[in-house]
Ligand binder design. Sequence first.
Ligand code: HEM
Length: 533
Amino acid sequence: MFSIYVLAIVILSHLLFRWIMYPMWFSPLGKIPNAHWSAPFSSFWIQWRRYLGKEVETVCDAIQRKGNIVRLGPSELLVNDYDGGVRKIYGGGFEKPDWYTFYENHGQRNIFTSLGKDHVPRRRRITNVYSKTFIQDSPQVREILSTLVFQRYLPVLQNASHKQIPFGILGLNLAYGIDAVGAFMVGLPRATQFILDVEARNIWLDAYLESHPSDYMFWLLEAPTLTRFLAKIGLDPIPKSVEQAHHKLEEWALRLTDETEEAWNEANLKPHSGRDTPIVYNQLRLAISQELRNSGLKEDEASLYEVQRLELASEILDQLVATRDVFGITFTYILWEISKHPEWQEKLQAELRSVPNPLYLSTRFDDTKMMTPKQLEGLSILQIMIKESMRLRGTLPVPNPRLTPYDRPTTIGPYENIPGGVRTNSFAWCLHRDASVYEDPDVWRPERWIRHSDEREEMDKQFWAFGSGSRLCLGMSFAMEMIRYAVAGIYTNFSTSIVDDSTFCTNGHFVTGLPGEDLVLQFTPLDPVSAST
Ligand code: HEM
């Protein structure tokens, strides 16, 4: 009898030490302030907040109360200290967790989801065509952007402005991003034409929304293993329609890949010209062929191995999904801010119309005389207005999770000996609202980017709209080029004012492109006399 009591006491003491005392006082994470009293013992609290869709406000509140490095769960941290943590975590190549697996297509990893040693060679296949130098010097990119902005996108706005009807801009902006990135990847003739074809656009966007369902993203991102297990025992929390919609997009991407492969083969006989060139596909395809040859496999140039075909399709779909996820929404936020600030809008218009070759929208528009990317980038008012808008709302407020390395203890800020496998989370949203770096962080103030000073250097360093380190956004330079040309095209030719933003940006609401969300603007043509000269 006595020995049973002793055994029970030993077990209880062990459990008490293992699950309460160790995580609270003895673990290296024990020194880090807790966002919630239960954080050392359980992830329930933070996961529940995520489940309720309140992650961002929860972490903002935790930073206010507890500082820039906070414990969210037994093995999970929030890191909002750039020099003490973010730089090391993202610059040091800390691994991505299971969170990203959801973004695989065809069961194949892509650049975004690749892990460990698989990442660098994948990214290297196409980094050169996504580099700023390539994009700014490429005549094909220029042709693509001039076709999309001046022959498709702006005429839609011109039409609305002639009829004096307010225009809901979000759908058009989503379409612009997908059409442009698609044209860059697979060539203009094969890319989508969603700017013009609203019906096809809506079918694709609906399939996207069904396959990325906001009501179930918690399960898909935060609990993929549990979700798979529940599905196996017949308790799948995710409706079948989600997988079906994803499958539909995968089939679509595969068809696009096959069409581009056909064009690739034909181009061996008759090379592509200009904007018809599938720039990214060519690059990927050449790299994959080379890898096949290096591995000793004999490749028949005309037929891709099935795995490579799926890999190409996975990459193409992922980059279009990345564009859908962030580009159109970010671009719409920029137009929203510019529309809210008429005094800055006027400064922008004056700058854009004072250059030697303004981007006037006229039937005589000649893209060979179009402002060059470098000229555009040199327009300071344009630059600072875009940057300030992206500081406030650059992208979806996601945690960009990483894992501390297993092969060595890690130091984050003043906290040493953090073991391997601890999840860290950092949000551009919070870094951009750090009052010690950005004075009055909630205020849209482009002039903060004008002065060159130590403060400006700090602000640039902490500007994290595109992430940092080895997993910096691959599409950053292309996205910035798309934004600059479209914003410049709009404000050379129109003024914008807000008609209705009640479904776009309300307090505590993050736009994801759901039906019902929109930004309705009035486009007023600017001085038609000079616009037709
Ligand atoms: C304004 C538009 C955009 C913003 C704000 C943005 C933001 C980001 C951010 C913050 C990351 C890092 C995510 C992480 O580490 O978890 C990222 C990665 C990535 N983005 Fe973008 N992005 C934009 C447009 C695009 C476009 C147009 C493409 C199309 C090619 C793209 C492709 C990617 C890819 C492939 C990655 C993964 C890179 C890697 O893991 O090596 N993004 N983006």
